[in-house]
Structure formats: structure tokens, C-alpha cells
Ligand binder design. Structure first.
Ligand code: TXA
Ligand code: MG
Length: 349
């Protein structure tokens, strides 16, 4: 398949181009596009065949349901059975933006989208290209992250091109995304709001507007606590080719431990990558060091994390030693993704 790459400036949108991309989606094609979180791979969410092609292109397990993306809240009603009050409160505060809500699905949503579940995930992205593309498609857009299943999610068009070129009809290059990791997924069908996947909207932010908020125990960094409720959370995910080891503890001790391990691994002939932060990058003498962001501001680390994992792969690194960060704010989502990339391999310094 020939993949067309189209550059669109999010600050000065070429609406003719986006209208053509929207029509392509409506007519059953696959279009990758930027959202504020990560790039998505979009198809007509009401067309089971088109949705099936998403699973093929990504090599995605068929039991992992997709998110439907909408461009205005009015589109919600026909896709879901009911909109609980707590959902309205969250939508009011966080839509458009990186929050996905799980509702009871209506008959209109194909089973391929929900992988046979009776619930459906819905999100309204805030990125201007995503917004307009969905509007022009005129249908809800089913879109997972635009990576090959298991790889880190794409935060720039080059990542999508690398993974999906030849497998999709169009890739819209709208530059780097801003959040850098996926939306928060929250279930609103029961008595409390249950966060199934931490993401761009933090637990703390949700607690500001909702009374009963719980974390799915399976995401608290402990895989032994049960099967996650978001099917996608059970897969080893976000994994680069290299082995990833997380080192946690006081920053000084973490740096010392990483430095020691890097030296030992290098002596064994391994190519070592160090995922550092602005505060620590200058302290390492061994390994190939990439700073992902500012330790004091986890949102900068979120923005740099997936690109860094991909960069280490491009450099042929065998082992990535990553500094752990505090699981507060977006740091919870950062560590959730990093723990998966590391297959929960953590060393306390
Ligand atoms: O930020 C994002 O959410 C990006 C952009 C493109 O919007 N999309 C994304 O999609 O991350 P994906 O498919 O990579 O992740 C969707 C997650 C998976 O963990 C999936 O299992 C979960 O949402 N999910 C979808 N429908 C669900 C449902 N009905 N019940 C529980 N979990 C669901
Ligand atoms: Mg994904």
C-alpha cells in the first residue's frame, strides 16, 4: 500500500487537505494523525471493516478495544446508553483533552471497536488537527496509538512513518505532540470513578472535581495485584528492543548505582544507554546519556519519554538504565509506562 505523508501546520491548518483526509476516513481508509497525547491511527468507528484494518496494520491483539474520538459532546448520545452525572462533571472540566471515559455502549458501536465488551471508550481530543479531522470525517473516529503493537507510542510523525509506512493510507505530520503519553482512561459506569490507565489528566486533577475516585489496583506498579480492567494494560507495552532497568531511590544514590552498573555492563561488552534528567545528565561518565526532562516537572519527562526509548533503539543500545521519578502528578503515568517498558525490572538504590 502506498502511504501518503501530508504535512499540516497545527497553527495554520490547511482545511482543504484535512477535508480530504476526513473523507478518506469516512470512506473506510486509515489515516494517522497527531493528537495532544500521542499520534493516533484513525478509521471510521462505525465501519467494522475499516476498524478491522486498524488491528491488521498495528498487529494489535483482537481482544484490545479501541477509543472512539469525537469532536463535540453532542456526538456522545448516540454512542452510549447513558451519560452518568459524574461523567458530565468530568467532561465539563477536562474535554476536550487527554481524558478517555468508559460508558455502556449503544447498539450503534460495532463489536470490533469494543472487542466484544458492552462498554465503549470515548475521548474528545484538544489538538486542532485531530478536532478538525474528526469534524470533517463526520463520524466517530476509532484510533489507537499509531505504533506497531508493543512499541512505544509515537510522539512525532517520524515514529509513525517508521512503524506504519506501507500499512496505512495517509500519515498527517503535524509536528511533535505536547503531552507525550496517552490519555487517562477512567470508568464512569459504577458508583465511583475508576482510573484504568493513568495519563495526561492526573489523579489529583480528577480528585479536585469528583468525590469517589479509585485507581485500578493493577496499575499501582504491582502486576501481582490482578488483571487490569483496561485490556490494553495487560500487555508488555511501550517496549523498546533494549532491556530496560529502572533504578529508584534518592537521586544521588540512583546516579551512583547507575554509574556503577553502566561501567560493569560496558565491561561485559554491552552498549549502555542512560535515561537521565536535566539535573543529572552531566554526572555520568559511562554510557550514552539522554536527558528526558526536568525532575521537578514530570510533564517534561512525559513529553520526552517515548522519543528517548525509540532513540536508544535507533542507536543500537542493549541495556537502558533509567532513573525512576516520583509517582506524583503526571509522574504516575510516566512511571506506569516506564515500568511496563522495563517489564517491572526495578532496582532500589
Ligand atoms: O491518548 C490516547 O488515548 C491515544 C490517542 C490516539 O487518543 N490513544 C490510545 O489508544 O492510547 P490505545 O488503543 O493505544 O489505548 C486504549 C486503551 C487500551 O488500554 C484499551 O484496553 C483501553 O483503552 N480501553 C478501550 N476500550 C475500553 C473499554 N471498553 N473498557 C476498558 N478499557 C478500554
Ligand atoms: Mg497504544
Amino acid at each position: 500500500m502506498d502511504t501518503r505523508v501530508v504535512g499540516i501546520d497545527p497553527h495554520n491548518i490547511d482545511h482543504q487537505q484535512l477535508k480530504r483526509a476526513g473523507a478518506l476516513i469516512r470512506d473506510g481508509g486509515l489515516v494517522a494523525f497527531p493528537t495532544e497525547t500521542v499520534y493516533g491511527l484513525g478509521a471510521n468507528g462505525l465501519d467494522a471493516d475499516a476498524v478491522g484494518r486498524i488491528f491488521e496494520a498495528k498487529g494489535r491483539p483482537p481482544d484490545n478495544p479501541l477509543i472512539l474520538h469525537i469532536s463535540c459532546a453532542g456526538e456522545l448520545d448516540r454512542l452510549v446508553k447513558e451519560v452518568p452525572q459524574r461523567a458530565l462533571t468530568l467532561m465539563d472540566r477536562f474535554w476536550p483533552g487527554p481524558l478517555t471515559l468508559i460508558f455502556k455502549k449503544s447498539y450503534l458501536v460495532p463489536e470490533t471497536v469494543t472487542a466484544g465488551l458492552d462498554t465503549v471508550a470515548i475521548r474528545m481530543p484538544s489538538h486542532p488537527i485531530a478536532m478538525n479531522l474528526i469534524k470533517y470525517a463526520g463520524v466517530p473516529v476509532a484510533a489507537p496509538s499509531a505504533n506497531i503493537s508493543g512499541k512505544p507510542s509515537p510522539t512525532r510523525a517520524a515514529h509513525v512513518i517508521r512503524d506504519l509506512s506501507g500499512r496505512v493510507d495517509m500519515i498527517i505530520d503535524g509536528g511533535d505532540v505536547t503531552v507525550g503519553l496517552e490519555s487517562t482512561v477512567a470508568e464512569v459506569t459504577g458508583e465511583e470513578v475508576v482510573i484504568l490507565r493513568p495519563g495526561g489528566i492526573t489523579l489529583e486533577q480528577i480528585r479536585e472535581v469528583a468525590r469517589d475516585v479509585a485507581l485500578d489496583p493493577a496499575i499501582e506498579g504491582d502486576i501481582l495485584r490482578g488483571v487490569p480492567k483496561a485490556p490494553g494494560m495487560k500487555y508488555t507495552h511501550y517496549s523498546p528492543e533494549a532491556d530496560v532497568i529502572i533504578i529508584e531511590g534518592h537521586t544521588q544514590r540512583v546516579v551512583a548505582a547507575i554509574e556503577r552498573m553502566a561501567q560493569q555492563l560496558q565491561e561485559q561488552g554491552k552498549r549502555v544507554g542512560i535515561m537521565a534528567t536535566e539535573q543529572t545528565e552531566a554526572l555520568y561518565r559511562h554510557g550514552l546519556v539522554i536527558s528526558v526532562g526536568d525532575r521537578e516537572d514530570p510533564s517534561t519527562i512525559a513529553a520526552g519519554l517515548f522519543a528517548a526509548l525509540r532513540e536508544f533503539d535507533a542507536l543500537g543500545i542493549d541495556v537502558i538504565l533509567a532513573e525512576g521519578i516520583e509517582q506524583k502528578g503526571v509522574g504516575l503515568a510516566v512511571m506506569n509506562r516506564l515500568l511496563k517498558a522495563a517489564a517491572y525490572h526495578v532496582i532500589k538504590a
